[in-house]
Design a protein. Structure first.
Length: 745
């Protein structure tokens, strides 16, 4: 199976979306086909054994649409300019057309030789001459609209084409009537309505295109972060400037103060501070030295460094973020399904309503001119565009805004799920705490010396990936103790480790691994309880099956943890802490941050099971973690949230990635989700409300009770601006500002 994302051209409304999706989905070998109207992209997963890309392109073409394989940035600019030019041309001819057709009614002077009462034929032909250029610039409505009918997928262009063509043909018939002597037919002309409708629709399309471009500002900002050139050390040892696209893995890159770092790499010479705010939202520069990693697009502040390029092109962290945001913006939220279903039947139903209303009015005794006006009004006021834009535009702005602040939301489904969350499960180490523990106490037993214990313990822990291991290894470095080689290493998940150091069998871990090996803890259990009550993790060590001592390791809280937990509680969200630590240590940490629900002594493999228990009790669970052992729980939860500094496995398993490594952003992610979903619901409400209210008015419901009859031109204006209003509402999400712990201190 292969996944492709293709730029679709020619779409004008959500009915087009359904047409493309159905046409591609019918192909044998297509697993799924999803079109996002706001981004105009098709995401298709298909079997390469049964299909090739050309088959998919042909299916899109047969449905009446095109595929832009180039998809260059200039295309969007040219499209906006084209829409503007078309509108200006239409406006140039619409103004005199409207003046000629309506001016005399309000006393405005018009040339005597085209006065309707004296020279009706000249009056009518003048309007025809003025409307032809307008029809030509809006000719795509007819080519696309009628083609869509023949393909069996009528769309918004169909409504415009059929409505204006009906008005135009009736006007042509009226001109024939004038020519044959029926001068009264001069009052049956709808030529100015045709011109005004097309012009107003073109205005709406121009504003819509410009508004849609703003919804994608986040992607553009991210792309603009990458510098165009880089300085490298060539094979002769000379400094050389080359385009960033030509950088290769292994190149030695020089970055001077104030310059942007071109690609990802590792420092081999120099020291500096780096501003990573564009990627993480973190305002404080980060100190970088030899051995530290640099991320492309961050800014070198005050020192010259040399680094070895490790990831270039599409493999850089920034490229990964851009890809993730693009995929999220192109995805659909489950809430969009209703709009999609309605949109699929919308245009044919509107045509039937327009025909039915016209016939009913004719049967009630109204003249043919009146019925044409009803038909055109219904066709021009109905707007499937607003329905199609309601969800994707909000998702585009919401996910883009999240990316701006270092909150990467992987799709519409994740965005929708996050706002329903009522329970957050926080992993302790690395999420609530810094994940950088230190050794605070060492208790020796059975005649073992402290330095010997540190040597054995640190040598053994070299084979472990547990965060607590770093603390013991760091302690050995501080004491300048030389480590020995370890052999026969075995990690016992959730318990500890065993290995051989200097010919001695070393056992390290919690009480369980000692019990399993029948090692009596004797009086050390009291010391362990004291450490645990003070929030320290006790680690027992045995040498050759003899209890040797205990290390007490403590991990400090993140400065924002208490604040984040309090904010989650304010949002009526239940907060749990999950950890493999013993009950007393876990309770101490939980009490410090204000968490009353504690899941302690949970083995890594059992974290997902604990999440499932909460789900079975009716909870909508968000799991927050950063380690490999959190990955199953992240995947099991309704929404998985990974701390950005965590492992690749955790990040891949999550639905939301927090780049800043701050638990406060769990709150911000949920807040952003709530605001985005509220925006989507507002958009859907107004889109449905507009059509539910507008179509009956166009059918003449007000006229039936003595009110005015809707003018088709007013209907066209309403149709255009309904789409613009939906996009404008979505753009309000750009005002979202995350809560910040520093601002609340």
């Amino acid at each position: 199976m292969e996944e492709k994302i293709l730029k679709i051209t020619g779409m004008t409304c959500s009915a087009c979306v359904r047409a493309v999706e159905r046409a591609v989905s019918k192909l044998d070998g297509v697993d799924s086909a999803t079109v996002n109207f706001a981004t105009e992209k098709l995401d298709v997963i298909y079997s390469t054994e049964k299909l090739d890309l050309q088959n998919i392109i042909d299916a899109v073409s047969d449905a009446g649409y095109g595929v832009d394989l180039q998809e260059k940035k200039e295309t969007e600019i040219n499209k906006n300019n084209t829409e503007l030019i078309k509108f200006i041309i239409a406006l140039i001819f619409t103004v005199p057309l409207f003046y000629v057709s309506m001016g005399y009614m309000v006393g405005l002077p018009i040339p005597n030789f085209i006065l309707p009462d004296e020279y009706p034929l000249r009056y009518a032909i003048t309007q025809i001459i003025l409307v032809i250029p307008i029809v030509l610039v809006g000719f795509k409505f007819y080519t696309i609209g009628f083609k869509a009918v023949f393909k069996g997928f009528p769309n918004m262009d169909t409504l415009i084409a059929v409505g204006t063509m009906a008005a135009f043909l009736y006007s042509v018939y009226s001109i024939y009537e004038i020519y044959t002597g029926n001068l009264h037919a001069v009052h049956n002309l709808y030529i100015e309505s045709v011109g005004m409708i097309i012009t107003l629709i073109l205005l709406g399309k121009m504003l819509e295109a410009r508004s849609k471009a703003k919804t994608n500002d986040a992607i553009k900002k991210l792309m603009d972060l990458v510098p165009k050139t880089a300085f490298i050390i060539d094979e002769n040892g000379n400094e050389k400037e080359i385009p960033v696209d030509e950088l290769s893995v292994g190149d030695i890159v020089i970055v001077k103060p104030g310059s942007k770092i071109p690609v990802d790499g590792i420092i081999i010479d120099g020291k500096t501070s780096v501003d990573e705010s564009m990627l993480t939202g973190e305002s404080m520069p980060v100190l970088k030295e030899v051995g530290d990693r640099l991320t492309g697009a961050s800014i070198n502040k005050n020192g010259t460094v040399k680094f070895k390029a490790e990831k270039v092109g599409k493999d850089t962290a920034l490229a990964g973020i851009i890809k993730l945001v693009e995929e999220a913006q192109g995805s659909k939220a489950p809430i969009a399904k209703l709009a999609d279903v309605v949109s699929g039947y919308f245009v044919p139903i509107v045509v039937l309503i327009a025909l039915a209303a016209s016939v009913l009015w004719y049967l009630s005794g109204e003249n043919f001119e009146f019925c044409v006006k009803i038909f055109v009004s219904v066709m021009t006021i109905a707007c499937p565009c607003a329905l199609g834009l309601a969800t994707p535009t909000a998702i585009m702005v919401g996910t883009g805004k999240g990316a701006e602040y270092g909150i990467l939301i992987k799709g519409g489904s994740a965005l929708e799920a996050a706002y329903k969350v009522d329970t957050v499960v926080l992993d302790k180490t690395g999420t609530i705490t810094e994940g950088k523990p230190v050794v605070t106490d060492i208790v020796c037993f059975n005649g073992f010396e402290e330095k010997i214990l540190i040597k054995y313990a640190a040598s053994a822990e070299k084979g472990s990936e547990h965060p607590l291991s770093e603390a013991i290894i760091k302690k050995a470095a501080e004491e300048k103790i030389e480590l020995a080689e370890f052999y026969d290493f075995n990690s016992v998940s959730g318990h500890g480790l065993e290995c051989t150091v200097d010919g001695h069998r070393i056992l390290m871990g919690n009480k369980k691994i000692m019990d399993k090996n029948s090692i009596e803890l004797e009086n050390l259990i009291k010391d362990a309880d004291v450490f645990a009550k003070n929030g320290k993790t006790p680690i027992f060590i045995a040498v050759d099956n003899v209890l040797a001592g205990i290390f007490a390791v403590s991990d400090i809280l993140k400065k924002e943890s208490v604040f984040a937990v309090s904010k989650l509680k304010e949002m009526n969200i239940n907060v749990y802490m999950i950890t493999g630590d013993n009950e007393k240590t876990a309770d101490f940490v939980a009490k410090q941050v204000g968490i009353s629900n504690v899941l302690s002594e949970v083995l890594p493999k059992d974290k997902a099971a604990e999440v499932e228990k909460l789900q079975k009790n009716g909870k909508i669970v968000a799991m927050v973690g950063d380690g490999i052992n959190d990955a199953p729980a992240l995947a099991k939860a309704d929404i998985g949230i990974a701390i950005g500094s965590g492992t690749d496995v955790a990040v891949e398993s999550a639905d939301i990635v927090l780049m800043k490594d701050e638990v406060t952003d769990v709150v911000n992610a949920i807040l952003l989700s709530k605001k985005t979903m509220k925006n989507i619901k507002e958009n859907l409400f107004w889109a449905f409300f507009y059509n539910i209210l507008g179509i009956p008015i166009a059918c003449g419901i007000l006229y039936l009770f003595g009110g005015p009859l809707l003018n088709p031109m007013i209907g066209a204006a309403a149709m255009s601006f309904s789409s613009v209003s939906v996009i404008s509402n979505a753009l309000r999400l750009r005002k979202f500002r995350p809560i910040n712990f520093i601002n609340y201190r």
